[in-house]
Ligand binder design. Structure first.
Ligand code: HEC
Length: 153
Protein backbone atom coordinates (compact mmCIF):
# COMPACT_ATOMS: atom_id res chain seq x y z
CA UNK A 1 0.00 0.00 0.00
CA UNK A 2 2.78 2.36 1.04
CA UNK A 3 4.62 1.57 -2.17
CA UNK A 4 1.53 2.28 -4.26
CA UNK A 5 1.14 5.70 -2.60
CA UNK A 6 4.77 6.50 -3.26
CA UNK A 7 4.30 5.45 -6.81
CA UNK A 8 1.39 7.85 -7.28
CA UNK A 9 3.28 10.67 -5.60
CA UNK A 10 6.22 10.03 -7.92
CA UNK A 11 3.95 10.03 -10.94
CA UNK A 12 2.49 13.38 -9.83
CA UNK A 13 5.95 14.87 -9.51
CA UNK A 14 6.70 13.91 -13.10
CA UNK A 15 3.34 14.71 -14.70
CA UNK A 16 2.51 18.05 -13.01
CA UNK A 17 5.49 20.00 -14.40
CA UNK A 18 4.84 18.62 -17.88
CA UNK A 19 1.21 19.73 -17.74
CA UNK A 20 2.10 23.18 -16.49
CA UNK A 21 4.80 23.59 -19.14
CA UNK A 22 2.32 22.68 -21.85
CA UNK A 23 -0.01 25.38 -20.44
CA UNK A 24 2.66 28.05 -20.36
CA UNK A 25 3.85 27.37 -23.88
CA UNK A 26 0.42 27.28 -25.48
CA UNK A 27 -0.03 30.34 -27.68
CA UNK A 28 -3.65 30.31 -28.79
CA UNK A 29 -3.27 33.16 -31.28
CA UNK A 30 -0.30 31.58 -32.99
CA UNK A 31 -1.87 28.15 -33.04
CA UNK A 32 -5.21 29.33 -34.50
CA UNK A 33 -3.26 31.44 -36.99
CA UNK A 34 -1.24 28.44 -38.19
CA UNK A 35 -4.42 26.33 -38.49
CA UNK A 36 -6.76 28.83 -40.11
CA UNK A 37 -4.82 31.70 -41.67
CA UNK A 38 -1.36 30.57 -42.77
CA UNK A 39 -2.69 28.78 -45.88
CA UNK A 40 -3.46 32.20 -47.42
CA UNK A 41 -1.50 34.77 -45.42
CA UNK A 42 1.66 32.63 -45.13
CA UNK A 43 3.44 31.08 -42.14
CA UNK A 44 4.98 34.43 -41.18
CA UNK A 45 2.02 36.59 -42.21
CA UNK A 46 3.66 38.10 -45.29
CA UNK A 47 0.71 37.17 -47.54
CA UNK A 48 2.52 34.35 -49.33
CA UNK A 49 0.59 31.22 -48.31
CA UNK A 50 0.16 28.30 -50.76
CA UNK A 51 -3.51 29.22 -51.42
CA UNK A 52 -2.47 32.56 -52.87
CA UNK A 53 -2.41 31.26 -56.45
CA UNK A 54 -6.10 30.32 -56.30
CA UNK A 55 -7.33 33.71 -55.14
CA UNK A 56 -8.42 36.66 -57.26
CA UNK A 57 -7.24 39.13 -54.65
CA UNK A 58 -3.85 38.65 -53.00
CA UNK A 59 -4.06 37.95 -49.26
CA UNK A 60 -2.83 41.00 -47.35
CA UNK A 61 0.62 41.19 -45.79
CA UNK A 62 -0.46 41.05 -42.14
CA UNK A 63 2.89 42.26 -40.80
CA UNK A 64 2.47 45.76 -42.26
CA UNK A 65 -1.01 46.62 -40.92
CA UNK A 66 0.42 49.15 -38.46
CA UNK A 67 2.71 50.68 -41.10
CA UNK A 68 -0.15 51.05 -43.58
CA UNK A 69 -2.28 52.63 -40.88
CA UNK A 70 0.14 55.46 -40.07
CA UNK A 71 1.74 53.78 -37.07
CA UNK A 72 -1.33 52.68 -35.09
CA UNK A 73 -2.73 49.17 -35.08
CA UNK A 74 -6.51 49.38 -35.85
CA UNK A 75 -7.75 46.78 -33.33
CA UNK A 76 -11.44 47.32 -33.97
CA UNK A 77 -11.21 47.13 -37.78
CA UNK A 78 -8.95 44.06 -37.71
CA UNK A 79 -11.37 42.35 -35.30
CA UNK A 80 -14.27 43.08 -37.65
CA UNK A 81 -12.40 41.92 -40.76
CA UNK A 82 -11.60 38.60 -39.08
CA UNK A 83 -15.10 38.10 -37.63
CA UNK A 84 -16.64 39.17 -40.92
CA UNK A 85 -20.24 38.91 -39.78
CA UNK A 86 -20.78 42.63 -39.35
CA UNK A 87 -18.79 43.57 -42.42
CA UNK A 88 -20.71 45.72 -44.86
CA UNK A 89 -17.73 45.74 -47.21
CA UNK A 90 -18.62 43.35 -50.05
CA UNK A 91 -15.12 42.95 -51.53
CA UNK A 92 -13.98 43.45 -55.12
CA UNK A 93 -16.25 40.88 -56.75
CA UNK A 94 -19.40 41.21 -54.71
CA UNK A 95 -18.18 38.77 -52.08
CA UNK A 96 -15.01 38.97 -50.12
CA UNK A 97 -12.41 36.21 -50.43
CA UNK A 98 -11.49 36.30 -46.80
CA UNK A 99 -13.59 33.62 -45.03
CA UNK A 100 -16.18 34.74 -42.43
CA UNK A 101 -14.30 33.47 -39.38
CA UNK A 102 -17.05 34.45 -36.94
CA UNK A 103 -19.30 31.83 -38.54
CA UNK A 104 -16.53 29.30 -38.98
CA UNK A 105 -15.23 29.45 -35.39
CA UNK A 106 -18.80 29.23 -34.12
CA UNK A 107 -19.51 26.18 -36.29
CA UNK A 108 -16.24 24.54 -35.23
CA UNK A 109 -17.29 24.86 -31.63
CA UNK A 110 -20.82 23.63 -32.26
CA UNK A 111 -19.63 20.49 -34.01
CA UNK A 112 -16.83 19.78 -31.54
CA UNK A 113 -17.33 16.10 -30.61
CA UNK A 114 -17.21 16.70 -26.83
CA UNK A 115 -19.81 19.41 -27.07
CA UNK A 116 -22.73 17.02 -27.05
CA UNK A 117 -25.35 19.74 -26.68
CA UNK A 118 -26.73 22.05 -29.35
CA UNK A 119 -26.12 25.59 -28.17
CA UNK A 120 -28.23 27.38 -30.75
CA UNK A 121 -31.25 27.59 -28.48
CA UNK A 122 -29.31 28.48 -25.33
CA UNK A 123 -29.75 31.82 -23.56
CA UNK A 124 -27.70 34.78 -24.82
CA UNK A 125 -26.99 32.98 -28.12
CA UNK A 126 -24.07 31.07 -26.61
CA UNK A 127 -22.42 34.27 -25.36
CA UNK A 128 -21.95 32.91 -21.81
CA UNK A 129 -18.59 31.52 -20.70
CA UNK A 130 -17.91 28.29 -22.59
CA UNK A 131 -20.60 28.89 -25.23
CA UNK A 132 -19.82 29.11 -28.95
CA UNK A 133 -19.87 32.94 -29.06
CA UNK A 134 -17.52 33.00 -26.11
CA UNK A 135 -15.12 30.74 -28.05
CA UNK A 136 -15.42 32.96 -31.11
CA UNK A 137 -14.34 36.02 -29.12
CA UNK A 138 -11.55 34.09 -27.35
CA UNK A 139 -10.12 33.03 -30.71
CA UNK A 140 -10.45 36.41 -32.40
CA UNK A 141 -8.94 38.29 -29.48
CA UNK A 142 -6.01 35.81 -29.40
CA UNK A 143 -5.58 36.31 -33.17
CA UNK A 144 -5.64 40.11 -32.89
CA UNK A 145 -3.09 39.86 -30.09
CA UNK A 146 -0.90 37.61 -32.26
CA UNK A 147 -1.14 40.00 -35.23
CA UNK A 148 -0.07 42.91 -33.00
CA UNK A 149 3.01 40.87 -32.06
CA UNK A 150 4.05 40.18 -35.68
CA UNK A 151 3.90 43.80 -36.87
CA UNK A 152 7.05 44.98 -38.66
CA UNK A 153 8.90 47.69 -36.75
C1 HEC B 1 -8.89 31.83 -48.28
C2 HEC B 1 -7.78 32.71 -48.01
C3 HEC B 1 -7.72 33.44 -46.69
C4 HEC B 1 -7.69 32.88 -45.42
C5 HEC B 1 -7.72 31.41 -45.04
C6 HEC B 1 -7.58 34.00 -44.50
N1 HEC B 1 -7.56 35.18 -45.18
FE1 HEC B 1 -7.36 37.03 -44.38
N2 HEC B 1 -7.53 37.88 -46.23
C7 HEC B 1 -7.61 37.17 -47.41
C8 HEC B 1 -7.68 38.10 -48.53
C9 HEC B 1 -7.78 37.73 -49.99
C10 HEC B 1 -7.63 39.40 -47.96
C11 HEC B 1 -7.69 40.74 -48.71
C12 HEC B 1 -9.01 41.39 -48.49
C13 HEC B 1 -10.16 40.81 -49.30
O1 HEC B 1 -10.67 39.72 -49.01
O2 HEC B 1 -10.60 41.44 -50.25
C14 HEC B 1 -7.53 39.22 -46.50
C15 HEC B 1 -7.46 40.26 -45.58
C16 HEC B 1 -7.24 40.10 -44.24
C17 HEC B 1 -7.10 41.18 -43.28
C18 HEC B 1 -7.16 42.68 -43.59
C19 HEC B 1 -5.72 43.15 -43.68
C20 HEC B 1 -5.58 44.62 -43.96
O3 HEC B 1 -4.46 45.02 -44.19
O4 HEC B 1 -6.57 45.35 -43.94
C21 HEC B 1 -6.88 40.62 -42.05
C22 HEC B 1 -6.66 41.33 -40.73
C23 HEC B 1 -6.90 39.19 -42.24
N3 HEC B 1 -7.12 38.91 -43.58
C24 HEC B 1 -6.73 38.26 -41.22
C25 HEC B 1 -6.90 36.89 -41.38
C26 HEC B 1 -6.87 35.97 -40.26
C27 HEC B 1 -6.59 36.33 -38.81
C28 HEC B 1 -7.13 34.73 -40.80
C29 HEC B 1 -7.27 33.42 -40.05
C30 HEC B 1 -8.29 33.37 -39.01
C31 HEC B 1 -7.27 34.89 -42.24
N4 HEC B 1 -7.14 36.21 -42.54
C32 HEC B 1 -7.50 33.84 -43.12
C33 HEC B 1 -7.64 35.80 -47.55
C34 HEC B 1 -7.64 34.88 -46.52
Amino acid sequence: MKRLQLCFAGLGLVVAPILSLAQINYDMGKSVYQDSCASCHGATGKGDGPMKVYLVKAPSDLTTITQRNHGTFPHQRVWEVIDGRSSAEPGPHGSREMPIWGNEFKAQQERAPWWGMPYGGMPYGGMHRGGPEWHVSQKISALVDYLVRIQAR
